[in-house]
Design a protein around this ligand. Structure first.
Ligand code: PGA
Length: 254
């Protein structure tokens, strides 16, 4: 999706439709005229219609935080990629660490979701990242490589529709982001894995960093050569702080 940095917000389980409208009323004027970065917000499913309506005719894109792999059927509580697309989403986040660790999603399940979302024409943000224990055991590269290969199995020829988010689990929601140079090292490794899967396709993938990104550290993170965007949780919930991160991205691009 071009060379623009992707500044993405993951609201997780926050905000009602009314709060979604209020958010965009405050957020949109602050990012007016920003054209050097791509802006994405992934709200809860129930807020997607309000988010799509509010961002119509603006460059802000909307995505889902998850989906199931079937198109429709008896799958109580699930949402399909067809539905996300029909509701106006362009992206879907898959394999977020909270899906993996709280809801027990396996690499195999995530891979089915990736395949299905791509078939519907959604762009996929596949999340990977090690736990603190894995990092301390020296397993970061092993874990990340395995999550990438299993998650992308069968879609290696579709890398131009995919972004990767490197989100070390120990940095998510903790206030402690990875050191920019440490993240850079893993990002570089991720590109090397992608190049092995598909040398041409790898060039089109943006590898985002996620985990306690905030206005105070966004510049240092986004300045790393292999970091092509950020996936922001907590700091995307306030229009002012997310707009600030967007503007940092824009400044670095200019
Ligand atoms: P955080 O979450 O920015 O609140 O750490 C990031 C994420 O989980 O995507």
């Amino acid at each position: 999706m071009g060379d623009k940095l992707l500044i993405a917000g993951n609201w997780k389980m926050h905000k009602t439709p009314q709060q979604t409208r209020e958010y965009f009323e405050q957020f949109l004027p602050q990012v007016e005229g920003v054209n050097g970065v791509e802006i994405l917000i992934c709200p809860p499913f129930i807020d997607i219609p309000a988010a799509v309506e509010m961002t119509k005719d603006t460059p802000v894109k909307i995505g889902g935080q998850n989906c199931y792999y079937e198109k429709e059927g008896a799958f109580t509580g699930e949402i399909s990629p067809v539905m996300l697309k029909a509701a106006g989403c362009e992206y879907v986040i898959l394999g977020h660490s909270e899906r993996r660790h709280i809801f027990g999603e396996s690499d195999e399940l995530i891979n089915k979701k990736v395949i299905s979302a791509l078939e519907e024409g959604l762009r996929v943000i596949l999340c990977v990242g090690e736990t603190l224990q894995e990092r301390e055991s020296g397993l970061t590269f092993t874990v990340v490589e395995s999550q990438l290969k299993l998650g992308l199995s069968g879609v290696e020829d579709k890398l131009s529709q995919i972004e990767i988010a490197y989100e070390p689990v120990w940095a998510i929601g903790t206030g402690v982001a990875a050191k920019p140079e440490d993240a850079q090292e893993v990002h570089k490794f991720i590109y090397s894995v992608l190049e092995n899967l598909n040398p041409e396709g790898a060039k089109k993938v943006r590898v985002l960093y996620g985990g306690s990104v905030k206005p105070a550290n966004a510049e240092a993170i986004l300045s790393q050569p292999h970091i092509k965007g950020v996936l922001v949780g907590g700091a995307s919930l306030k229009p002012d702080s997310f707009a600030e991160i967007v503007k940092i991205g824009q400044r670095l691009t200019a």
